[in-house]
Design a protein around this ligand. Structure first.
Ligand SMILES: [Zn+2]
Length: 323
């Protein structure tokens, strides 16, 4: 969890924001120099696991690592001039904060988290046989001192049940970005971090994190990150459609994605597929599936990089998503 400090965004900040809005759009396009690829979970944090009947028993941490390693290789091949930094290349534990620190310390321009989806599964049951159960009935005859208790044993057949988890029918890929109304969290992350707003050399400045000016700038950057995260998410989902996988869209999530809020850069979390779906689980475990997903994501990142670095004059002031 992030350390929470009280920091409301004042109306004044919003006013400053409106002034700066035109400014930021008119800046020279930012180069994508460093891309961070995070294999979700790791080590003692296995993430989701296959638990339905007939599952391969896969652990999310292995799937995320396999896809991330392929994505890193693919990005290095397709973007030779860009620095690609994986948060982990082996099965080690990292707290979300540690993952975010690696991204921030490397001054990433993009943060790509690889995950696999899980859902709570329903339990089913089936009869696999019968067993004989004995039970007794009791009755009394006579009255007073002659009252007698008679216990009669009986037997009956009862079913033997087996319980199992039912796999989900949900499958496909979705991309999560931090919720727009959570920009405050992203700003707090910037306040809590040793780093400041990228491209601003603050080493000689004594920054007052509570000043309206700082907050306005931070808000400006986080809103810009939100727009860019959404843009990248849309491009990724387009490639998911192009590769023939089910496109579950781009979602804003408010909980459980601290890592997206703690990074000072556009960030997306890709739920590559459902471990709890037999077809998806097998696909995610296959070399072919992992490579196809890695290539689709790399293609989207390349398009994003091209669009950000070479904006068309018509879209420069008003960034739109790919569709
Ligand atoms: Zn996960």
């Amino acid at each position: 969890m992030l350390k929470i400090k009280e920091s409301g965004i004042s109306l004044f900040a919003a006013f400053i924001l409106s002034i700066f809005c035109l400014n930021i759009s008119a800046q020279t396009p930012k180069k994508i120099r460093t891309i961070i690829v995070d294999a979700g979970h790791g080590g003692t944090d296995a993430g989701a696991h296959g638990e339905y009947e007939g599952t391969l028993g896969s652990l999310e941490k292995h799937i995320t690592l396999a896809i991330s390693n392929k994505l890193v290789a693919e990005l290095k091949k397709q973007l030779p001039d860009t620095k690609i930094v994986p948060t982990r290349t082996t099965d080690i534990y990292q707290a979300p904060r540690e993952k975010a620190r690696i991204a921030n310390d490397n001054r990433g321009d993009l943060f790509i988290c690889i995950h696999a989806d899980a859902v709570a599964l329903k339990t089913g049951s089936r009869i696999i046989g019968y067993k004989t159960e004995t039970y007794t009935t009791t009755k009394y005859i006579g009255k007073g001192k002659k009252k007698k208790k008679i216990v009669t044993p009986h037997t009956r057949e009862v079913p033997i049940k087996q319980y199992f988890k039912i796999p989900t029918t949900r499958k496909g890929t979705s991309t999560l970005i931090f919720a727009a109304n959570k920009t405050n969290d992203k700003i707090r992350a910037m306040q809590n971090s040793d780093l400041m707003i990228p491209d601003v050399d603050d080493s000689t400045l004594n920054i007052n994190y509570d000043s309206p000016e700082w907050k306005a700038n931070a808000l400006l950057y986080t809103q810009n990150y939100f727009k860019k995260s959404y843009k990248l998410g849309s491009l990724i989902q387009d490639e998911i459609t192009n590769m023939g996988r089910e496109n579950l869209g781009v979602w804003q999530r408010e909980k459980g994605i601290a890592v997206l809020q703690a990074t000072q850069m556009p960030a997306v979390l890709i739920e590559t597929g459902f471990i709890a779906n037999p077809e998806d689980e097998r696909y995610l475990n296959s070399e072919k599936g992992q490579q196809e997903i890695a290539e689709a994501i790399a293609k989207a990142i390349k398009k994003y990089k091209d669009q950000v670095e070479n904006p068309k004059p018509a879209t420069q002031l008003n960034e739109t998503t790919s569709k």
